[in-house]
Each structure stands twice: as structure tokens, then as C-alpha cells.
Design a protein around this ligand. Structure first.
Ligand code: WT7
Length: 662
């Protein structure tokens, strides 16, 4: 049985009932308990009727759809609203710019407090149009890929929307990725243009984005242009004929550009994410289904109303930023915040200053930030007026009940809905989460499915459906839903193999989960070789292939270990080539860490590197990570059966190294 601890159940909180501290006019939640139930039932039984209605209501169509859905998991040919035509940027910008031109679309909270600005829908439309025209002038056409390598500035949202306006497919690469990673992604998606900044700013530090792009572009023959936003004004080299300043290129253009209608199933973007094997996967999202999923979850999981000021503190380089900074909030015509800094810059009160200053109504962050701020002490939260908030959310990894309670008490003051939202890059939008006005919450549980989502638990070995409550298994989804990924760029077979083949008839999430006595879902974490560090997904195979590129390394094996703040941390076991000699152990470990930073990016750096003589292998040569995980979790006394190892004595050597390192 699951190890979840059922601490308490929380009722619908005060502010969702129009009550609680503060004089704010609190809107009535869109969904109450009864409407959740009836909508959910309809969403999985009268599927076409349910989604057809929402598709028509939520999206402005250039050409209406006739068919609601087509295809299935068997062939991986899922299509939603296939005959429909629409434009994402029209739906996110124009319709609101015409209706309420002066309403703030984007609040930019710059790295240094006080240096941000607000951008209205009217201004957003003008800039999106100018950049769309500039991209067109660079030869970008419908279906072409554009790489976006930008820090958290408003131009990031503008860049995405400008691509969408002309039917181009954006692929954002998180600005913490190395030049090698950037190159691999640009090459994989055949990008013709890269958009970046001179430099980035974060937590008082400078990120050399342009020079990383320059290094990457040395090996990207297909990239013809680089559009450079001026962020710091630093003197960066500009390559004649290839590089253009964003402000020059945009200023030269007309501030209107007709949106190019695309088919519902045309790709809106590609976003690379890690898997358990091989190179990162370019997850491809459709236009209509994705927009519908993000629009509806912002409306219903965050209970967004017209005058809300919504803040997601993620980076636009991850799916959370795509869905909940850019597309979801703008599909609802509300105000969204772009945050350039960190939770602790210049002080650990930064988040709460931002909430108070902008009177934010929703606040969305990762459990890792909450754990960090909890450790730093509640004095940093106290004294800030957080009464504008109604819904506070988390995403990225399971939230431990202690962190949930701290968030609820110190940030929500027991009056806000706390939504622990479970989803993935591949799902596009929330899958399992409480509804603020409808769902009683339990700290640590993602609770109930969103509309159209049928979560099931399967026996990991037999694949058999596990029915009833108080059970545990691997988490799979029974029916296609509109915002699911459609394929992997250039490798549909891999898409089938990873998600649809492991348990035929289902979408496989890669997570383990439990269902409690009330039918609530508790996510237990990945069951594959994927680590989750600070809510960032990192494949162990990627780190291993970075390490092996060091001249001294003959083999490596990477496992995740529990970490109080980051959830998991990377622990790498490394075996050296017999011929390799080195002077200092410390210097070697530093070099190996640098190797990973350079190859993937700083966020993937191992916390621990253990240089061992040999790795534990089965007779057929397979590394037994289970043993490495046990040792790294200080559970060497519970190794279980090691008799299938080719050389069981290897384990003693590893334990010895581990003990010395402590
Ligand atoms: C993996 C997806 C979706 C945006 C952020 C990460 C884990 C995500 C939760 C949650 C428990 C969660 C899962 C999932 N995860 N949210 N609320 N509770 N686990 O996106 O990089 O695609 O990672 O993050 O393990 O499979 P991602």
C-alpha cells in the first residue's frame, strides 16, 4: 500500500467563498462541487458534445471545425478539431486588444526591483505584429522553425506570439542550456532563425546569451539569421549579414500584420525534454488542442476571472512558462507576469513584494522554491500584504505535506485554494489538480482529474488495470485529450515506443501513483531513469553521455538522490580508464562537474561525483542502478539480492568510496 500520509482534509477556503481578509471584491468560482462532477462525467462520456461546445466557446475560429476528434492511442494519430483553422496570436492578443486595448497584458518584473514595466494589449499587438513582419522579411514562413533563446523579458512572449502569428513553429531553449545543447536542438528542428539577447540578467548575475549563441551557431549551417534583443546594452559582436538588432528590425516594420490561419493540427511549437534514453525529445504540440487545454485550465484550475493578475514564476524555457505565462493567461485576456529574477534576489522577500506590489490574484511556483523559502524562515513573508491572492499553486514534483502546510499558512493564510497541479511537457496542460471552488484538498495529493482526463493505475509488470481504491501502480491515461503532444519531431516511432506502446491502449506517464480511499491521486514520482531536480526533468543517460566525453572516464552511471531543497539531486558514479592518471582528486571532480555544465548546462551539474573502480554489472553487462541508488541513499544494508552480479565484490568497493566521501 502507498506510503502517503493522510494528514488532513481542507474544505473550500474562505476567499473562494467570497469571504476572508481584505476588502477585495472576490468573484464566485466558476466551478463548484456539483458542476465539477457533472462536467467531468460529460467530458468522458459525451466527449464530442462536451469538447465541441468548449472548442467553439473558447477559441475564435477562422474556419469552424466539423469533427471534434479523430484517431487514438493505437496508431498515435490523435487529431482534434481537424477541419478548423485559427491563429494562436489572434486568440491571445488581437481579440483582447480590440475589446480592451489599454488593459495590461504583461507585467514585467525585472531582475532589479523597480525597473520593470507594464505592456497593454494594444502595445503587445503592435510589437507582435512588428516582429512577425521582421521574421517574414528574414524569410520565415509557415511551418519553419525558430529557436528562442531568451531570458525572462517581455520579448520572450512577443517572440512566441510573433512566430505563431505567421504560422512559424517556435522552439524555446531554456537560457540555462549550454552552447552544445542549443546547437543540438537548433539542428534537430532545422531552425532558420535564432532569437536571443545581448546578455541576460538573473539574481544580479549576467548570462552571456549572445556569446553562447555565437558558439552554438558555428555548427548550425541552416541558421541564417539571429535577432538580438538589447537587454543590458553590453558591447557584443554582431556578425554582418546574420545578426540584427530586434529594436531596429521591429521599428522598421508596420505595426500590423495579418494573422496567418493554420489548421488545428498544425504544430504551434516544439519543446525539447529529457527522456530515459538517448538524446532529448522534441515534443510537438498542436495549435487548437493545446490552446484549448491551457485556456481552460487557467480559467478553471486557477479560477481566473476578468480582472485577475496572474503570476507563474517559472521560466518560459519550460512547458510551465509556455502554458501558464504566455498562452493560458493570454487566451483568457487577463494580465500575466513575467519574472526575471529569483525567489531570493535581492532578498528572500522578493516573491511577496511582487505579490503585494502588483496585487496578484494567482501565484504559481515549484515545491523547490517553497522548501527553500520555508528553510529561510517565515519572517521574510510576514508583513507583506498578500490578501489579493485567491489561488496559489505548485507544479513540477510531488510537494511534501510540510511544504504544502507552510505555503497554505504563510502565503495563503489558510484562506486561499492551494492547487498541486500534476502534468507534464507532453500533456500540455494540467491533468490532475484540485478545482479551487470544488475540491477539498489533502496536502501532498494532486487530487482529481481535469475534464477529459481518465487516469488509471496499471500493474507495472502485467499492465493489468488496478481497480478500486487504496491501490498503487503506474499512472496511465485512458483517452486522448485535446492538449496532448502529437509526436516527437522527426521520430514518430519514438513517440509510440515511449508513450503508447508500453501499455497498449493507454498513454503512459512514466510516473508511479496511488489512489486513496476517496479516489484521490497521489503522485509518487518517476518510475524510469529520469531525475527531477528542482522541478527540472533530467535524463540520467544525458548526464552519463556528458561524463563519458571526459578523456579520463571509461564508464559512468547516474542516479537521483533525495535532497531537502531540490527534491532530487544528481549523484554520478564514475569509473576511470586504467591508463588515465591525475594529480588531485578534487581537481578531477571539479573537471567532471564542469564537463556536465558545459555539455548540458549548469542546472544539470551533479551534486556528488564518486570515482569508483568498477560499476556493478549483471553477467550480461547491464549496470545495476538499483544498487547504486541504495548506496547513495545510505541504505547499503538493504541491497537485497546481488547474486546476479558478474562480480559481487565490486559492491564493497563502491560502499567504501561512498563512506569515505561522507
Ligand atoms: C514530470 C514532468 C509540468 C511542468 C513541470 C515539469 C513531475 C510534475 C507534479 C506534481 C508530482 C509532478 C512528474 C512528471 N511532476 N508535476 N504536481 N506532483 N509530480 O514538467 O519536465 O515535463 O516533468 O514532473 O514526475 O512526470 P516536465
Amino acid at each position: 500500500m502507498a506510503e502517503y500520509r493522510e494528514v488532513k482534509t481542507y474544505d473550500i477556503p474562505a476567499r473562494l467563498k467570497g469571504k476572508g481578509t481584505g476588502s477585495h471584491d472576490r468573484p464566485k468560482p466558476h466551478i463548484d462541487e456539483a458542476t465539477y462532477k457533472s462536467n467531468y462525467q460529460a467530458s468522458i462520456t459525451k466527449i464530442d458534445e462536451f469538447w465541441g461546445k468548449l472548442g467553439r466557446e473558447t477559441i475564435d475560429w477562422d474556419v469552424p471545425f466539423k469533427t471534434v476528434r479523430h484517431g487514438g492511442f493505437e496508431k498515435g494519430d490523435v487529431a482534434w478539431f481537424p477541419e478548423g483553422q485559427l491563429n494562436a496570436s489572434y486568440n491571445c492578443v488581437d481579440r483582447w486588444a480590440f475589446r480592451h486595448p489599454d488593459k495590461t497584458a504583461i507585467i514585467w518584473e525585472a531582475d532589479e526591483p523597480g525597473q520593470g514595466k507594464e505592456i497593454s494589449y494594444k502595445e503587445l499587438l503592435a510589437e507582435v505584429c512588428q516582429v512577425a513582419n521582421a521574421l517574414t522579411n528574414m524569410g520565415v514562413r509557415k511551418g519553419d522553425a525558430v529557436i528562442v533563446y531568451l531570458p525572462m523579458i517581455p520579448e520572450a512572449a512577443v517572440a512566441l506570439l510573433a512566430c505563431a502569428r505567421i504560422g512559424a513553429v517556435h522552439s524555446v531553449v531554456f537560457a540555462g542550456f549550454s552552447a552544445d545543447s542549443l546547437r543540438d536542438r537548433a539542428v534537430d528542428c532545422d531552425a532558420r532563425v535564432v532569437i536571443t539577447t545581448d546578455e541576460g540578467k538573473r539574481g544580479g548575475r549576467t548570462i552571456a546569451t549572445k556569446s553562447i549563441v555565437d558558439a552554438a551557431l558555428k555548427e548550425c549551417p541552416k541558421v541564417e539569421h539571429c535577432l538580438v534583443v538589447k537587454r543590458t546594452g553590453s558591447d557584443v559582436p554582431m556578425q554582418e549579414g546574420r545578426d540584427k538588432w530586434w529594436h531596429d528590425a521591429a521599428a522598421a516594420e508596420r505595426a500590423y500584420c495579418s494573422p496567418v490561419p493554420v489548421q488545428s493540427e498544425d504544430p504551434l511549437f516544439i519543446l525539447y525534454t529529457s527522456g530515459s534514453t538517448g538524446k532529448p525529445k522534441g515534443v510537438v504540440h498542436s495549435t487548437a488542442g493545446y490552446l484549448l487545454g491551457t485556456a481552460l485550465t487557467v480559467k478553471h484550475i486557477f479560477d481566473v476571472h476578468e480582472n485577475d493578475r496572474f503570476a507563474c514564476m517559472a521560466d518560459v524555457g519550460w512547458i510551465t512558462g509556455h502554458s501558464y505565462i504566455v498562452y493560458g493567461p493570454l487566451m483568457n485576456g487577463v494580465t500575466t507576469l513575467i519574472f526575471e529574477s529569483t525567489p531570493v534576489y535581492p532578498t528572500a522577500s522578493r516573491y511577496w513584494e511582487v505579490v503585494a506590489q502588483h496585487k496578484l490574484t494567482q501565484f504559481y511556483t515549484a515545491p523547490t522554491s517553497i522548501r527553500l523559502l520555508r528553510r529561510l524562515g517565515e519572517e521574510h513573508v510576514k508583513g507583506h500584504d498578500l490578501t489579493s491572492l485567491r489561488v496559489i499553486g505548485t507544479v513540477g514534483e510531488p510537494i511534501n505535506p510540510e511544504a504544502w502546510d507552510w505555503y497554505n499558512e504563510n502565503v495563503g493564510h489558510g484562506e486561499c485554494a492551494v492547487v498541486d497541479t500534476y502534468w507534464q511537457t507532453e500533456t500540455g496542460a494540467h491533468m490532475i489538480s484540485p478545482f479551487p471552488g470544488a475540491t477539498k484538498t489533502k496536502p501532498g495529493s494532486a487530487t482529481v482529474p481535469f475534464w477529459g482526463v481518465e487516469p488509471v493505475l496499471l500493474d507495472p509488470q502485467s499492465g493489468k488495470l488496478i481497480e478500486g481504491n487504496e491501490v498503487e501502480g503506474v499512472l496511465a491515461i485512458k483517452q486522448p485529450w485535446p492538449s496532448m503532444a502529437r509526436t516527437i519531431k522527426g521520430d514518430h516511432q519514438r513517440f509510440l515506443d515511449v508513450y503508447l506502446k508500453p501499455y497498449p491502449g493507454y498513454y503512459f506517464t512514466g510516473d508511479g501513483a496511488a489512489r486513496d480511499k476517496d479516489g484521490y491521486i497521489w503522485i509518487k514520482g518517476r518510475v524510469d531513469d529520469v531525475c527531477n531536480v528542482s522541478g527540472h526533468r533530467i535524463g540520467t543517460a544525458e548526464i552519463e553521455s556528458a561524463l563519458i566525453q571526459h578523456p579520463g572516464v571509461s564508464e559512468s552511471a547516474v542516479v537521483g538522490i533525495a535532497d531537502e531543497v531540490t527534491g532530487q539531486a544528481i549523484c554520478a558514479y564514475v569509473a576511470l580508464k586504467p591508463s588515465f592518471s591525475y594529480d588531485s582528486h578534487e581537481a578531477l571532480v571539479k573537471e567532471l562537474v564542469l564537463q556536465v555544465r558545459r555539455n548540458i548546462g549548469p542546472f544539470a551539474a551533479p551534486k556528488k561525483i564518486l570515482v569508483v573502480k568498477d560499476l556493478p554489472k549483471t553477467r550480461s553487462g547491464k549496470i545495476m542502478r538499483r544498487i547504486l541508488r541504495k548506496v547513495a541513499s545510505n541504505e547499503a544494508d538493504q541491497l537485497g539480492d546481488v547474486s546476479s552480479l558478474a562480480d559481487p565484490s565490486v559492491v564493497d568497493g563502491i560502499i567504501e568510496v561512498w563512506n569515505k566521501d561522507q
